[in-house]
Ligand binder design. Sequence first.
Ligand code: KG4
Ligand code: ZN
Length: 331
Amino acid sequence: MLLLGIETSCDETSVAVVRDGQSVLSNVVASQVDLHAQWGGVVPEAAARQHVERINPLIQQALDEGGIGFDQVEGIAVTNRPGLVGALVVGLAAAKALAFALNVPLVGVNHLEGHLYSPFLDMNAPPVFPHVCLIVSGGHTELVLAKGHGDYELLGQTLDDAAGEAFDKSARLMGLGYPGGPAVDKQAKAGNSQAVRLPRAWLDGSLNFSFSGLKTAVRRYVESQSEDYSIPDLCASLQAAIIDVLATKTLQAVEQAGVNLFTVVGGVAANSALQARMKAEAAGKRIQTLIPPPKYCTDNAAMIACAGYYRLLKGEQDHWDLDAYANAPLG
Ligand code: KG4
Ligand code: ZN
């Protein structure tokens, strides 16, 4: 089954063509990072306008790069939740129009469920269940027990900032621009992770997270220093503080759930030190781990088509009244 995936939940316009929920024939992404960098964060109104300008050419480009025509599309999967509503409705309107014109099924996908499927793209094998999934992005930090297609249990989540926000807000304090995660990742490579003492919120006995104290500690440190503190050292220390908590809690979740596979997904999963730590933890415990390549960590439509495929296979389908929602839990 050839599905067209459409993703416009935040600041990336993306369209993909995916066969049978696995083989990615095309996955085009138009990032708005340069636009929002001038404001230091995503401006919802500007994001929505840019999606409007880009969505139609991107649909054509995804079909061209996938080597297919409109007449070969057998279904449309579109992110309809959670996200910026003004941004989501752009993709949703395009998806509905196409599904109606081509007379193919339409399926709305939870953006987080898309991320959950992202490690299984291009794997030539179906997704494996059960597994524990750590979702770490700009807006989310969640530990989920994925028991089967569409069967998810939330094990823990952030009580305040998401891991990506901890990267982005701290990077802003250091003057590293937006988005901060990739910049911190790069700077940290030249820094000493023991140089600055930063707190870890363990929240003992729970699989929840809290990163707001870390952000405050970074602000206090920056304010207490003269201009010449070491940015690489602070980045390495910040990154280590975030990774320690993410890795420890993910391994706790794996143990509690009694599974032998965990995945790490979302934009922050592109972090090189987080990937290295997770792979080392898994190897030490003889547990399998899957982390998608960077192009499938950050927002993309291929993962939406993959999640949508399994919903369509189960006979689920949405209708013309499908709406967009700012918040929507997974599971
Ligand atoms: O999944 P995503 O593209 O969008 C959301 O759904 O939020 O994630 C974006 C987040 C941003 O906070 C960005 O700073 C972070 O992912 N990020 C990284 C790296 N690349 C992207 N964080 C740490 N290290 C990276 N290499
Ligand atoms: Zn995302």
